[in-house]
Design a protein around this ligand. Structure first.
Ligand SMILES: [Zn+2]
Length: 171
């Protein structure tokens, strides 16, 4: 018997479907590019060389790991900066958000849950990891040192002043 194809990263997570399709579990992974990760672009984040991800679903548990070099703009000096991302996370999976909440209440340890009602996909979970790693406002660790104005690889994709000339002309 041929085993089912692994889920597409964009596919919405549905526990009952995955359970039925992968009774013995499934392992998949790949590389996502900036156009695949729209929420990163919306947050002003770029990727140096895509995001490598791997996922394993088994026994109602999803293990996800991601690796990337994120390109952001420092909130203080507005110069480009890179943020290394390397994260692994385990989610206990549930059909409903209510069941997930109940499991959270029962566990003393911090526990990640994922439910079919979360409208999540492997892509959105990868985006979550990047957004978590960056936080609200990315800042250079040693910001304020003499700035090297040479363009950094990948920085041209982030243009914090792209609309500024237009704005000034409208005055
Ligand atoms: Zn800075």
């Amino acid at each position: 018997m041929r085993s089912a194809d692994p889920p597409l990263p964009q596919e919405r997570f549905q526990l009952h479907l995955w359970r039925a399709r992968y009774p013995a579990g499934v392992q998949t992974g790949g590389r996502l590019a900036e156009p695949d990760l729209l929420r990163l672009g919306q947050a002003g984040l770029g990727l140096e060389a895509g995001m490598v991800w791997a996922a394993r679903f088994q026994d109602d548990t999803l293990d996800l790991s991601v690796e990337a070099t994120l390109v952001a703009v420092c909130g203080r000096c507005l110069q480009p900066m890179t943020i290394p991302l390397g994260a692994s996370r385990r989610f206990l999976c549930f059909d409903t958000a209510a069941a997930a909440d109940e499991a959270l209440d029962l566990e003393a340890d911090a526990l990640e849950t994922l439910s079919s009602e979360d409208d999540a996909s492997l892509v959105s979970l990868c985006e979550d990891e990047a957004l978590l790693a960056v936080g609200e406002t990315p800042l250079h660790e040693a910001c304020g040192l003499p700035l090297d104005r040479r363009p950094v690889a990948g920085a041209e994709r982030i243009q914090p002043f792209a609309g500024l000339a237009d704005l000034l002309q409208k005055k």
